[in-house]
Design a protein around this ligand. Sequence first.
Ligand SMILES: *[C@@H]1O[C@H](CO)[C@@H](O)[C@H](O)[C@H]1NC(C)=O
Length: 508
Amino acid sequence: MKRAFDHLLLTCWILLVTHPAFSCFRPFFIAKKSTKSLPQEYRLRGLLESGPLLQQQRSALLVSMLPTDSGAEEGSDKPSSSRLIQPHQDRSSPAYRQLMAHLGARIRQGSLVSFPTETVYGLGANALDEQAVLKIFAMKRRPLTDPLICHVGGLSGEGGALALLDVGDREREVVERLAATFWPGPLSIIGKARGIVPPEVTAGTGFVAVRCPNSSLALDLISASDRPIAAPSANLFGAISPTTAQHVLKNFPQEDLVILDGGSCHVGIESTVIKLEMGEREGEDWDDRICINRRGRVSKEMIEECLRQAGAEMASIRVYVSPKIDYGRGSASEDVARAPPSASEAQESPGMLLSHYAPSVPTYLISVATTDTSSGTGIDIHPQEESPALPPPSKCVLIDMGSRMRDLRGEFAAYFDLCEAAEHTASDESAFLEEAMRSLFATLHEAEAAAVERGCGLICVGVADDASDMGEPALALYDRLYRAASGRRLHLYRSGAAGWRLRRQTAE
Ligand SMILES: *[C@@H]1O[C@H](CO)[C@@H](O)[C@H](O)[C@H]1NC(C)=O
């Protein structure tokens, strides 16, 4: 009964805001500044702030604001095209400074600039300007339930991290400690947001993620704009992340966008995202925790080591991986039980959804089956999905990791290797992983292009069958591959005279 009433209430709200007959009421619900250039869906967002919405209503509204594919672009009467700019090599040259001053002004005026960081290319806007931030969501076709990371020049100062975070003394100490160790670098820290941070940036959660990127172009842009810059990866929502300026241009060829070309990103996967969970004092101890919401280059062990070095009190903070992202390590049936967050709920952190970083061609994790039983009743991880017949390997692209499946490359239409093992010894595992991370997204882009060009129906990614014995750094890489494949796995097996075949993974 209550649900029905809530639903009715919500319908009335939406009608009030969208129906022409009620247009005279609209100014009350819509942000004061002109929103003409934004898609209609985003104008609804005035509702988010217009009173104590129930969580359920808020979720429904956020979903209703998802951009639709069919929606004709408003303002497309004046087609623009994105511009790629190569900055002068010498950072002290007048040309370089002029360019930065120009781009800084562009950010302040509410326009978008794509810029390189050490992790991936970002699609940046003034984090304190709601209208500018909404342009990011519109351009990326990103649901408003996915929060953005604010890029800052450092901890203190007007545009610094502490101007955005509403933290108590203890949290502040931890933030300072982590920033001193990992910034500038690939660690994003989530804390309670101050009032100046617009709800679009926090996905209405009241928490904001901040990070100081280790890239001189990014830092110069932040400094020239004199604003924190909210920036998700510069690609369409859910697609493969961009690690070159050309990847960004491919995603957004015709937008009002300037892309700052800084070559390839050297870390290559997105930052680690952590959330501070400082608890109450319990007797002598504090119940303090740090939750890893997205795996990245900065591992759990590195964070623990940093805290340990800061003395006994900080060493007692427990660092753990959010159960929401810690799936994909066991058997298929366990994965089903641990359902990932859905896109219609407000997310605590970007990068938590199951299907992410995904090529446009269906992608699967594969492993080589040791047995030869092709008659097993395959269970699919996604039983609700239509399962089309699997093509032969000669109609698939293979992505290998460390040349483990090199012998099989002749069976596939195209072969890529994230990292050639021959160059590395076992003791060199971290160098191996770093190279694989660096080349991950570029390789996915190449594999996607090869698959389209050769009419291949599948991209197969050869990874270990079970991630439970992987070390923490390898898990960040595995996390991206798992999401690129939306958690789907296949077995490659040899079927007598028919040669190599693919089949769905069977239950244990
Ligand atoms: C920052 O980037 C430079 C190269 O641009 C690199 O040498 C350095 O190790 C990086 N620092 C961190 C903390 O990753």
